[in-house]
Design a protein around this ligand. Sequence first.
Ligand code: ADP
Length: 449
Amino acid sequence: MSSSSLDEPTEAQSAASPLTRIGEARWVLLTALAAAVAAVVLFQVPFWPAAGAMLAMTAVAAFIPRRSASRRVRLNTQREMRRMWPGTGMKMTVDALPTPCFVADGRGITRYVNAQALATYDGVKPGDPLSFSLRAPSLLEAFDRVCNSGGAERISWIEKVPTETWYEAHIAPIYMPGSSAQGRSNPLPDFILVVIQDLTENRRLERMRTDFVANASHELRTPLASLTGFIETLQGPARNDPEAQDRFLSIMLDQAGRMRRLIDDILSLSRIELKAHVRPASIVDLAEIIRHTSDALSPLARDMDVKIRIDLPKTAVRLRGDRDELIQVVENLVENALKYGSSGNFVDVGLSAQVDDLNAASWVLSVRDYGEGIPSEHLPRLTERFYRVDVESSRALKGTGLGLAIVKHILTRHRARLEVESEPGEGATFRVRLPALEQSDEQEETASA
Ligand code: ADP
């Protein structure tokens, strides 16, 4: 990188070395001697007075160039300092920054880049114009403004290719100690530091949050509007119509239930998000959780005319997990299978041990239905909040569109994975892969017991 030439001895250091000074003294003597010999030969003056005078004059003459040489050395040192910049300390600072950083001079030539910049921008090289690596016009314009005004700038821009990416750059002037810029009223920078940050993930989260609030408000507004409408009808035209009152009150009860379910799911999602990075501490029996939840759902199975078939290991299946949250996972998957796969008349719930290629052991819970299935284009989006294959049938079946989003968040916390397989017309299989209990989990439990 640019550092290879930085540690060579400078011209200034060479000029000040003892060897150079011995060389200069020899030249003083030789010049004085030559001048004295010339005076003796040409003007026939006595040798010793001529030699003494010449020696004195040459020493004085040698002194004058030595003074200008020391000034030259000083100027060279300054120039060299700038040529050598950034010095080790500054390079270490730039290297320590977690985002791509470029140091360029006032002509727009890249002088130093950190490892993040090398990793992010192909072919970046100190010595090349900055515009070879950074092509965003707004960034280059801001760079020029900083070069000409000496004031820092912060700009952001979007790149559309290959994928939409948001960037922000902080462009700051650098003034070298002892540089000619110092002391001037409107100094121009010696170097310019460009720090680039990729904001895509932040923007994506912001957008998700805004979308979520918009979707949640929309979902709540519909039943609320319906409730308001019925209240007005009951106060007005239906005031004296007991039959209409009964009908409207039952619809209102449904709408209020829909609002309650939505609020419950929103709260549940935000509670799970709060502890998303905390792994559950307790050890639970997954087989018992599946049995318990399937029993609780048997009235719904009866209503939907579906039979739940369970295939579980005979012994307890112990793993690290949060009982209430795992109940929520099984409940959501089995309930969906009962509701959306009712035409298949059966739902199979199984649990089996598996070991993957890397020798990691896990428990796989599978929920299979034989209903209409899910077209493949919907599969990758099923766990998005409020995503539904068919909004009307979801609403008719008391869905909120948040069930699988809740499942995904709970599983992330459990270091588990959700897989979905479906063929339209052949039903759907939802598989949850949960890590099996490790020895360390057992030891932790014994210690905390
Ligand atoms: P909802 O509250 O609408 O059920 P979910 O997040 O639980 O929301 O599910 C999202 C969507 O995925 C559902 O609206 C439905 O369209 C589809 N879906 C989920 N499970 C199944 C299934 N077993 N068979 C067919 N479609 C399903």
